[in-house]
Design a protein around this ligand. Structure first.
Ligand code: BGC
Length: 253
């Protein structure tokens, strides 16, 4: 296959490492997504090997374009600074240079929710939206992305707001709904508390709700009473890959 030089997005999640080359004019995958189980334990060395496996799979389409990789933690200057839902060996790990060495390729390492937010802004539920967009991902934890007039303010970590003495994600993530067997109505009471707090602190213009559970948004979003428009994400589990590829392509802007 000819070299197209498309950016590659790789999304590191709790259960799978997924990647695809992305056509940035449409925001569509340019080839079928490749998925490999996330190794257990998900140490940096083990995950890096899987990331390399996914990247190598697309060697013919990505040419020498940059690669964007997501991680479910804070990333500042290539260093992972938090590890709420991944192996603790990532903590304070200088991951970007290590991955560049393993992949023999330039990369950008970004927070997973930040990548999803960027994707929704350019191609999804918040397309072209001005003002303050807050993306939240409801999954194992709660991720967030803050985007103002199209500019990402990285590592917002609003899933860890302290609400009623609890780390918010330990009450309102969708994994907690599953674990505690909450109905949508019961879970919505917790989401109400969470999103009310979020809008009281930030006054966003739009809230986007992502994560796998967003496909059932009609079961819980209509139960929420907020002054801020709140909409389901549209890119679903593609958002991390698309956003990572987008950020990689714009790394040097
Ligand atoms: C982490 C965030 C991450 C989110 C979703 C949280 O526990 O602190 O960095 O974006 O989970 O994976």
């Amino acid at each position: 296959m000819a070299k197209h030089g498309l950016p590659l997005g790789i999304d590191v999640g709790g259960s799978g490492v997924k990647g695809a080359p992305v056509d940035l004019t449409t925001g569509e995958f340019a080839a079928k997504r490749m998925r490999v189980d996330t190794p257990v334990p998900s140490t940096p060395t083990a995950v890096a090997a899987v990331i390399a496996q996914v990247a190598d799979h697309f060697d013919d389409v990505r040419g020498d374009s940059p690669i964007g990789v997501t991680i479910p933690g804070v990333v500042t200057h290539g260093v992972v600074r938090s590890a709420a839902n991944i192996d603790k060996l990532w903590l304070d790990f200088d991951a970007e240079p290590m991955l560049e060495k393993v992949l023999e390729h330039d990369i950008i390492l970004v927070n997973d929710a930040d990548a999803a937010g960027v994707a929704e802004l350019h191609y999804g539920a918040a397309k072209g939206h001005k003002g303050l967009v807050v993306m939240t991902t409801l999954g194992t934890g709660i991720g967030s992305a803050l985007i103002y007039d199209g500019v990402l303010i990285p590592n917002s970590e609003l899933g860890h707001l302290e609400i009623d003495g609890h780390d918010a994600e330990t009450r309102a993530a969708s994994s907690i709904k599953e674990k505690e067997g909450l109905s949508y109505a019961e879970w919505a009471t917790r989401l109400q508390r969470y999103y009310s707090q979020l809008e009281a602190l930030l006054w966003p213009d739009l809230i986007v709700v992502g994560g796998g559970v967003s496909k059932d948004a009609d079961q819980f979003l209509p139960l929420l009473k907020l002054r801020t428009p709140i909409v389901p994400a549209t890119l679903r589990n593609k958002a991390g890959i698309i956003g990572a590829a987008h950020l990689a392509a714009h790394k040097n802007d």
